[in-house]
Each structure stands twice: as C-alpha cells, then as structure tokens.
Design a protein around this ligand. Structure first.
Ligand SMILES: Cc1cc2nc3c(=O)[nH]c(=O)nc-3n(C[C@H](O)[C@H](O)[C@H](O)COP(=O)(O)OP(=O)(O)OC[C@H]3O[C@@H](n4cnc5c(N)ncnc54)[C@H](O)[C@@H]3O)c2cc1C
Length: 393
C-alpha cells in the first residue's frame, strides 16, 4: 500500500493487486489488534536493530523515511500516535483497523486502483513497450513496472504464503533460506513447562551457538507457557535459534544485576543469619516463588539454609547465572510474526528497491531478507522500503 501510494502521488497509474478480499490483514492482527506501527528510535541506533548487514542495506530507506516521518504521515492524515513502553508507537485509538483503513483511504485518494480477491499467479517480462505481464486469476495485466510486496511466510492465513519468492526467482533472483522469526520458543524441559503462566521480569535470556557463544540476549519480559517460552524476549531470539537448526540452546541469567560472587556471598550471609529458614526464601526476590522453588529442587537444595552444602550453593549460583536449556525450534511460521531470509539484499538497489537484475522490477517489505525485533521495526522497514519502491517504480 505504501509503494502504491507513493507511486500514485507521483502521478503514476497504479493497480494494487491483493489476493485477500481486503488489504492489510496483517496490520489488523498486529500488536494484539493495536498495531505497533513504529518506534521512537532513530539514526544508527535504529539501523543497528536490524543487525549490521541488514541495517546497512536499510540505511537509505530509514534515513529518508525515519519513524518520525511515518508518524507525521499518519498523524497528518488524522490518526494520532502515542509512545508506550520500549519506545513503541501505537495509535491513540488503540485500533489497528484505524491504521489499515487510513492507508486504504490514502491510496484511494491518491488514485490507486485496488483490486482485491485477485491473486497474482505469475509475473513475466513482456515484449513491447510495456515491460511486464502479470497473470492474475482474472486475466492478464501489462505494466511498465512491477513492485513485489507479497510479504514472507509467517501467519500464512493472512495471505503470506511466500508467493513472491517464486516470482522473484523467475527473474533470476536467489533466495536466502527462510526461517521463522519473532515466534514463541518450543521447550521440552518438563519442569519449566510446569511453571506455565509465570511472567519473568528482570531476567536475561540469551541464545547460544553450539560452542556456547552468546549470539543475542534480551532482558525483557518472558512468559512461560505450556509449550515453552513466549513474550518479547524469547520471541526476539527465535530467528537466531532457528538458524541453528536444532542445535541451539538458551541461557537464563535470573539475576543479571548481580555477579556470581555477590550471589554466593548473599547465600552465605543468609545461611549465617537465618539458618533455619528455607533456601527458597534466600533467592532473589524478583523471581516468582514457584520458579525459586523449581531452581532449588533442580540443584537438590530443598531444606533449610543451614544444611546448604558448598557444592549445592555453587550449583544454585550457577543455575541462577547461567541455566542452559536446549531449544530445538520455535513454534514455526504459523506463530511467527515475521520471516527471516528472502530476496538477497545484494540483488536489490538500496536507494530505490529496484532489482539489480531486472530494470522495472522492485522488491520491498518482508519479501526482502530483512527482519527486525519486536517493537515496530518490521512495519517501519516495510513502509520505508515500500516508499522507495513507489518513488521510482
Ligand atoms: C501476528 C502478527 C503481529 C505483528 N505485529 C507487528 C507489530 O505490531 N509491529 C510491527 O512492526 N510488525 C508486526 N508484525 C510484522 C508485520 O506485520 C510485517 O512485517 C509486515 O506486515 C510486512 O509487510 P509487507 O507489506 O511486506 O507484507 P504483508 O503485510 O504480509 O503483505 C503482503 C500482502 O501481499 C498479499 N499477497 C501475497 N501473495 C500475493 C499474491 N500472489 N497475489 C496478490 N497478493 C498477494 C498478501 O495477501 C498481503 O496482503 C506482525 C506480524 C504478525 C503476523
């Protein structure tokens, strides 16, 4: 919609082909129905959220259309935004539908012809002045330019079924292997699953490669579920874990503000002062009681503090600071908010989103090998790259 809007505002004649009966289904379900449209982060900090390579590719898109510009666009069109926790911007109305409807309205006002319920089957290069022929269920359309904006593979019920990968491949584009990202994590550890319903705050979780190196860590809320881990921190780790193809592990640091030595001294002091009390009561207070009890049971230290042996104490400190658990996978594309992988960035001009292989062909949004963490970064990248495509197509 952003690409169509920008092209139409330049006076181009634009036809937006959408396979669903309505456009922007993913906007409707985003942010729990409230749409975390973008972020208040900016500059190099914003780019870094996408990782070094993807951030560099996005630099021009994000600098020429930063989150503030997206905010101004929607606010000028009558939809005020407000900032919430973690620098997230949501509509004041708390309605994702308002965001979707606004872009549909802007497209209509700019003269975009929207054809819904119209899946594109194939795009081919055509002979003659019009460079492309687009085959839809309703017949053929010819055009000077084509913008592929079909999204990725996540939440296929919203229409994201990966059609664009084949369309890009037909023009000689490669494909960076796709994995689910921003998805809840699958854990087989029974004792942890038994803690379902618990939300952890002030706990750090990291994804480790097989050599034990930290690839990414997050200190954000963690929700323990009957299948594993959900919430902002675990979901942010999903893409990196999936890329390890079953060999990934996570490490919990349940007390990131305290060193091992401090925790050890704290336990020793508690044992000296209140030897008759249960060990559970001496663990950091920000941890829910059920979790504390589970950790104590894990290292076999249930009982009074006075009976805590040195080995048990060290075991407890190790469990608090670096509890490692295998995480073979996430819950997959059906539950992933975004797709990692896609059309290789080296094959697309970052200043225009034009294919380096086929003049007149553009690729934008999640179809590209671009993904960001939770926090409005995925919409921001989609809108900013869509805009660039629309300014040249
Ligand atoms: C549950 C959920 C919550 C999310 N919440 C947020 C959030 O709060 N903030 C955020 O920044 N990001 C969020 N995201 C991610 C965000 O929705 C996507 O990154 C973004 O929508 C990508 O935009 P896009 O235009 O590239 O692709 P999409 O939004 O997926 O749009 C692609 C469109 O192309 C259509 N299409 C596909 N194939 C064809 C075809 N062959 N012919 C015609 N049309 C076709 C699809 O029907 C769809 O309408 C969320 C995602 C999910 C699944």
């Amino acid at each position: 919609m952003m690409a169509a809007l920008c092209a139409a505002r330049r006076g181009r004649s634009v036809l937006l082909l959408e396979k669903n009966r309505q456009p922007g289904l993913k906007i409707l379900i985003s942010g729990g129905g409230r749409c975390n449209l973008t972020t208040t982060r900016s500059g190099a900090d914003l780019e870094a959220q996408y990782g070094a390579v993807r951030g560099r590719f996005l630099r021009h898109a994000l600098r020429s259309f930063p989150p503030q510009a997206l905010r101004e666009l929607v606010e000028a069109a009558g939809l005020p935004l407000r900032e919430e926790d973690l620098e997230k911007l949501f509509p004041v109305s708390q309605s994702a539908r308002d965001v979707r409807d606004l872009f549909v309205r802007l497209c209509q006002e700019a003269g975009v012809a929207l054809r819904t319920g119209c899946p594109v089957r194939e795009v081919v290069q055509a002979a003659g002045p019009r460079r492309f022929a687009v085959r839809t269920v309703d017949g053929m359309v010819v055009s000077d330019s084509v913008v592929l904006a079909t999204g990725g593979l996540s939440y296929p019920k919203t229409g994201a079924t990966g059609d664009g990968y084949a369309m890009a491949a037909a023009f000689g584009h490669g494909l960076v292997p796709t994995v689910p990202a921003l998805a809840p994590l699958w854990l087989e550890t029974p004792w942890l699953r038994e803690l379902q319903g618990i939300v952890l705050h002030g706990v750090q979780i990291a994804v480790l490669d097989p050599a034990g190196r930290i690839l990414l860590n997050r200190t954000r809320p963690i929700l323990i579920t009957h299948r594993g881990l959900s919430g902002p921190a675990p979901m942010d780790l999903a893409g990196d874990l999936e890329e390890l193809h079953g060999a990934g592990r996570v490490s919990f640091d349940f007390a990131p503000g305290q060193s091992r030595e401090e925790l050890d001294r704290m336990l020793q002091a508690a044992a000296a002062a209140h030897g008759a009390r249960a060990v559970v009561g001496a663990l950091p207070e920000h941890l829910p009681e059920r979790l504390r009890a589970a950790l104590v049971a894990l290292v076999g230290a249930a009982g009074p503090l006075a009976a805590l042996t040195r080995v048990q104490r060290q075991g407890l400190v190790a469990a608090l600071k670096d509890l490692r658990l295998p995480v073979p996978k996430s819950l997959g594309f059906d539950h992933a908010e975004v797709t990692r992988g896609g059309v290789p960035l080296a094959e697309v001009d970052p200043r225009t989103m034009q294919s380096r292989r086929v003049p007149g062909l553009f690729v934008c949004g999640e179809l590209l090998d671009v993904d960001g963490p939770i926090g409005g970064f995925n919409f921001q990248a989609a809108f900013a790259t869509g805009r660039l495509a629309g300014l040249t197509a």
